[in-house]
Design a protein around this ligand. Structure first.
Ligand code: COA
Ligand code: NAD
Length: 718
């Protein structure tokens, strides 16, 4: 709703939006605005109007909770037009946020005043939509097309200072914004409003308009990998540039109509709520962790300053924590100090301000951790070494220090068993580069205490990560699901595909990088070493019946053979591709000959494989593993898996995540195709549809938001 009051001797009508938590424009709020604006305009004593939001928040835009439900209440567009057409000045007093419809409402006002700390933006594109309450038509008339293209196609939030510079705001204040707006409103009460009605202005068009839009279209198509909303945003802005306002508004409406019911918008809105659901992580089902209160953390330590340790230190420092950084090798310590300082300097330059270099203390001696509250271990992935480090940490740290491991594959329970306080041991699985990647899997061992888990989750949030609490199993959630996906890629190569074909299919689907380009980037030797430890790698290329079988299952030694040739990916300039300038993957005829030689050596006939088969085999096997993970209670719900894949594995956001994707494809189809592939490849057991997938399919394939509850019930019966 919207509260209405008079101030300044009744000369100003103050309208306060009220809809916690972000004063979103629900049906009731819109109705409230329409009614109160009408009242203020009809009151002869009122000379001007101020619109603000309660609790220091102007407005978070359309109420996303109302999407997909029947429309009630007055629509936004005529409501904003009525405000713009008013014959009394209307001033928006922006505190906190003015996002989406909130900013569009402000653009309909005649003046905009904001607090210095306010954030503004039109983030609809991130929800698969466009700003359809005149945002695409008014913003470019105010800021010019290049800035509007940037803001609307990226959805980024900007500071009040930037908004002032762009002409979106008339004033920025560092004290009470509503008081300032009231004063301002009194000052402009007699002003003529014609020039303040943005919709009546012409859209400023730079020369070479066609080139501007061509470049913008190319940029969004390249960067958003199949997302339709950014393209529609460019088209709507093109309408603003080339059509009169009313026709531009019709085009905006038309484009929005196609987006609003699209699968992509549903996926992105699901993703919005999934991200918030996993942050609550009040767990489910078989899980032993719950919403316990986190312990306050002030001083931290990171052990091992290699690839991961350095990024973790940077993230901790940027979150305002003090860090003891320990590295065993002297040269590595010197190099890492230089690298960390460089990253902190560059980060500070981007953000503005001084780099917080003095919050890190470097040491070669593990004893330096004696008084820290939480340790993150990031030494080599070596079980013996990790066990030893945890024994030492348990002896050196304060008795209540939380001990975290960044292992990507070692059993967290085994590591915890080295400590007399296993309840304080938790996995904090960051992703490379750790200061950039948003995902953090918080791995709960069988003895991890809820408080230790809560503390790791809360620290992750402070570090700007999207934390997902998961159970302890080989590969945890993300890497475990990646295993069948990667293996299917290798099998496809054996059967006749090329790395280029597999990657093209996955990139066309929307992945940031195809499987083989991604493996080259991560380093092929990492998995090779693990497979060697597991006894999977056989010396020399054998051609006998056992050459492609391990533990009675189909196995492809292709990756091992490639590593045997010293091809570790980008780091050696050669992998599944060649890298002349180290980053750009290029076709390598050597790989083609290698694959042909391998097939003929093993008597494998190459067949024609199409992109659909690549997608179905790689994605459905990954999804099937996701269902197993849910069945075992390793992840609490499909949202957890989807957030992991979107934020850590380059899964296209506009497809929601693997589990959401499965629900859109239809569980019946997923089951059928898996059964088909399993029949064709009975030596690949994970292709067999798992129990939970079958049960959900048999119960009529309920929508994904119902799975959590069904799984919870299943677990409570176990
Ligand atoms: N409509 C309905 N609910 C909204 C909302 C909106 N536009 N924006 C936020 N919320 C809800 C969230 O779902 C969350 O609800 P919960 O507590 O029940 O989980 C709550 O507000 C707080 O949001 P959260 O994102 O956890 O807080 P934050 O302080 O980190 O971020 C925002 C606040 C507003 C920046 C962020 O929520 C956001 O970006 N919202 C979307 C804004 C938007 O895209 N508007 C245009 C809609 S078309
Ligand atoms: P790395 O080889 O780059 O660095 C490890 C560092 O630990 C080295 O500098 C080494 O000198 C140091 N070290 C070894 N023993 C030590 C000790 N006793 N005390 C202090 N320092 C010691 O390794 P990395 O890639 O950063 O991986 C670290 C951990 O993170 C591993 O467990 C790995 O599985 C995990 N991980 C790696 C990635 C990745 O992509 N690299 C991603 C997620 C998790």
């Amino acid at each position: 709703m919207a509260n209405y009051s008079h101030i300044s001797g009744a000369a100003v009508g103050l309208i306060t939006l009220q809809n916690p938590p972000v004063n979103a424009l629900s049906a009731a709020v819109r109705q409230g605005i329409v009614d109160t604006v009408k009242r203020a305009l009809g009151d002869p004593k009122v000379k001007s109007i101020v619109i603000c939001g309660q609790n220091g928040i102007f407005c978070g835009g359309a109420d996303i909770r109302e999407f997909g439900k029947p429309m009630h209440g007055p629509p936004l567009v005529p409501m904003i037009h009525a405000i713009e057409a008013a014959d009394k000045p209307v001033v928006a007093a922006i505190e906190g946020i003015a996002l989406g419809g909130g900013l569009e409402l402000a653009l309909g006002c005649h003046y905009r005043i904001a607090h210095t700390k306010a954030k503004l933006g039109l983030p609809e594109v991130t929800l698969g939509l466009l700003p359809a309450a005149g945002g695409t038509q008014r913003l470019p008339r105010l800021t010019g097309l290049p800035a509007a293209l940037d803001l609307i196609t990226t959805g980024r939030h900007i500071t009040a200072a930037e908004a002032l510079k762009l002409g979106i705001l008339d004033q920025v204040i560092d004290h009470n914004t509503v008081d300032a707006a009231v004063k301002f409103a009194l000052g402009v009460a007699e002003h003529t409003l014609d020039a303040r009605r943005i919709s009546t202005r012409p859209c400023p068009c730079p020369p070479l308009l066609d080139a501007l839009f061509e470049e913008a279209m190319l940029r969004v198509r390249q960067s958003t990998r199949g997302a339709i909303a950014p393209v529609a945003c460019v088209q709507a802005l093109q309408a603003a540039a080339t059509l009169p306002y009313t026709r531009g508004m019709e085009r905006e409406k038309e484009l929005m109509a196609t987006l609003f019911t699209s699968g992509q918008a549903q996926a992105l809105q699901y993703s919005f709520f999934a991200q918030r659901a996993v942050a609550k992580w009040s767990m489910s089902s078989g899980a032993r962790w719950d919403n316990s209160k986190p312990r306050p953390i002030h001083k931290t330590a990171v052990i091992g300053l290699g690839t991961m340790g350095r990024g973790i230190v940077v993230s901790l420092v940027q979150a305002g924590l003090s860090v003891v950084a320990v590295e065993a090798q002297e040269k590595q310590l010197v190099d890492s100090k230089q690298a960390i300082s460089g990253m902190l300097r560059r980060g500070a330059k981007r953000r503005g301000g001084a780099p917080p270099l003095d919050t890190v203390t470097y040491s070669q001696n593990l004893q330096a951790v004696a008084d820290v509250d939480l340790v993150i271990e990031a030494v080599f992935e070596d079980t013996v070494l990790k066990k030893k480090v945890f024994q030492q940490l348990s002896a050196l740290c304060k008795p209540n220090t939380i001990l975290c491991t960044n292992t990507s594959g070692i059993d967290v329970d085994l590591i915890a068993s080295q400590s007399p306080r296993p309840e304080l041991v938790v996995g904090m699985h960051f992703f490379a580069p750790a200061h950039v990647m948003k995902l953090l899997e918080v791995v709960c061992g069988s003895r991890s205490s809820p408080q230790a888990v809560a503390t790791a989750m809360s620290l992750g949030k402070k570090m700007g990560k999207v934390g997902v609490a998961v159970g302890n199993c080989p590969g945890f959630v993300g890497n475990r699901m990646l295993k069948p996906y990667s293996e299917q890629g290798l099998f496809l190569l054996e059967e006749g595909a090329t790395p280029e074909l597999v990657d093209a299919a996955l990139e066309e689907f929307g992945f940031t990088m195809g499987l083989f380009r991604m493996s080259d980037l991560s380093g092929l030797d990492v998995g090779w070493r693990i497979r060697k430890e597991e006894g999977l790698v056989q010396p020399g290329a054998t051609t006998g019946p056992g050459a492609r079988v391990r533990h009675g299952r189909r196995y492809s030694p292709l990756g091992d053979l490639l590593c045997g040739h010293g091809r570790f990916g980008q780091k050696t300039g050669r992998g599944w591709y060649k890298y002349d300038n180290r980053h750009e993957a290029r076709f390598d005829p050597w790989v083609q000959h290698f694959l042909e030689g391998y097939r003929s050596q093993h008597g494998l006939a190459a067949r024609r494989i199409d992109r659909q088969e690549v997608l179905e085999r790689c994605l459905y096997s990954l999804i099937n593993e996701g269902f197993r993970i849910l069945e075992e209670g390793i992840a609490a719900g499909p949202e957890d898996i989807d957030v992991i894949y979107v934020f850590g594995y380059g899964w296209p956001k506009h497809r929601g995540g693997p589990m959401f994707y499965a629900s859109t494809v239809g569980l019946t189809k997923v089951v059928e195709r898996l059964e088909h592939f399993y029949q064709a490849h009975p030596d690949v057991p994970y292709l067999q549809p798992c129990g939970l997938l079958r049960r959900l399919e048999a119960s009529g394939s309920p929508p994904v938001h119902k799975w959590r509850g069904i799984i919870k019930k299943t677990h409570s019966h176990l």
